[in-house]
Design a protein around this ligand. Structure first.
Ligand SMILES: Cc1cc2nc3c(=O)[nH]c(=O)nc-3n(C[C@H](O)[C@H](O)[C@H](O)COP(=O)(O)OP(=O)(O)OC[C@H]3O[C@@H](n4cnc5c(N)ncnc54)[C@H](O)[C@@H]3O)c2cc1C
Length: 306
């Protein structure tokens, strides 16, 4: 008599198996490739139902459950899936990436080995002006003429830093000290392992238009080339409820309710009462919350009441 649980089959993603180890290029010399993974959409459903083996539910029910879990911000079922990537990324971008504390990381050591001999270079048409509205962001493209000069100066700097670094190594300086003046544009490589819940959090922040262009390129590649193929139902729900959707706060809901009843003056009054709008020298000053609310109204095609 066999009283063991039924034999389990390992959940596999044919799509992801098909791209294991394949390098997806990012920026001028970076890449991302999948080294390993655990779980699929099925594992999320399985964990949520704490059931064994192939489910008896229909595929459409699995999709509904995943959408429900994501919509209601359940987390642990998504932590049942893991992804291990090999990434090659410029150090300035990596510095933003590594702030995500919930991943396991092993990075190429420039104490142990000679630094990666590649820097992120910027084409003349890739330079961006400082944004006037966002202190952390970029604005328009720099003119082609200026771009040429900036790229030429960048090439000079990279060549000089490489020469100084190589010379230090040739003089017998320790690698850990010789590296100290390498530019932040130097590429580094790492293994980065993260569960799906925290990966989606990373993607939500780093695919967003407020994230820096360079890390956005990596996040979009991970999302579109890897996650969408690995866990298609989760990816679809993520785009629907998290990335392309938005929440409405209590105040926002009340303002929209007034607007839908045609009470525009009352809606505006409410925005002043909660200090989202302020009268400043006969002009209306928007708080950050008001600006973000305005973007939501515009997205919904609702006229902004101020
Ligand atoms: C557009 C943008 C601008 C930014 N600007 C700046 C900046 O100017 N300066 C700056 O320093 N950083 C900046 N950051 C980095 C940002 O503040 C976060 O450090 C980074 O995005 C990682 O987010 P996280 O902590 O939520 O993610 P993770 O570290 O991946 O953590 C995921 C979640 O796990 C939980 N968690 C993880 N560790 C702990 C813990 N120890 N205790 C409790 N809960 C934990 C939290 O719920 C957290 O949200 C910026 C990020 C973005 C996207």
């Amino acid at each position: 008599m066999n009283n063991q649980d039924p034999v389990l089959s390992r959940p596999c993603s044919g799509n992801l198996d098909g791209i294991l180890g394949i390098k997806f290029p990012v920026l001028d010399d970076g890449f991302i490739r999948v080294i390993d993974y655990m779980g699929t959409d099925t594992s999320i459903v399985q964990a949520a139902r704490v059931s064994y083996g192939a489910g008896t539910r229909k595929v459409s029910e699995d999709r509904s459950l995943i959408r429900y879990l994501l919509r209601h911000r359940h987390t642990t079922p998504f932590e049942m899936c893991e992804l291990k990537l090999h990434v090659r990324v410029p150090m300035d971008c990596w510095r933003q990436w590594i702030r995500h504390r919930t991943a396991s990381v092993n990075e190429y050591s420039t104490r142990y080995s000679v630094a990666v001999d590649a820097c992120r270079t910027t084409r003349p048409d890739e330079w961006r002006t400082q944004s006037e509205v966002n202190k952390q962001g970029s604005g328009e493209a720099i003119s082609a003429e200026l771009g040429e000069k900036l790229s030429a100066a960048e090439a000079e700097l990279h060549a000089l830093s490489k020469e100084v670094y190589t010379n230090r190594l040739d003089c017998g300086v320790a690698r850990e000290q010789a590296r100290k003046d390498l530019p932040l544009s130097t590429y580094t490589e790492a293994y980065w392992k993260v569960d799906l819940h925290n990966l989606l959090h990373f993607l939500a922040l780093r695919m967003d238009a407020h994230a820096q262009y360079e890390i956005r390129e990596y996040a979009q590649t991970i999302g579109q080339e890897i996650v969408s193929k690995w866990v298609p139902y989760t990816w679809e729900a993520f785009l629907e409820y998290r990335f392309n959707g938005f929440y409405l706060s209590d105040s926002e809901t009340r303002v929209i309710s007034l607007l839908s009843q045609g009470k525009t003056a009352e809606a505006k009054q409410l925005l002043f009462e909660i200090n989202w709008l302020e009268d400043k020298h006969a002009a209306i000053k928007e708080s950050r919350e008001a600006t973000e609310f305005k973007e939501k109204l515009q997205k919904m095609g609702i006229p902004v009441p101020w």
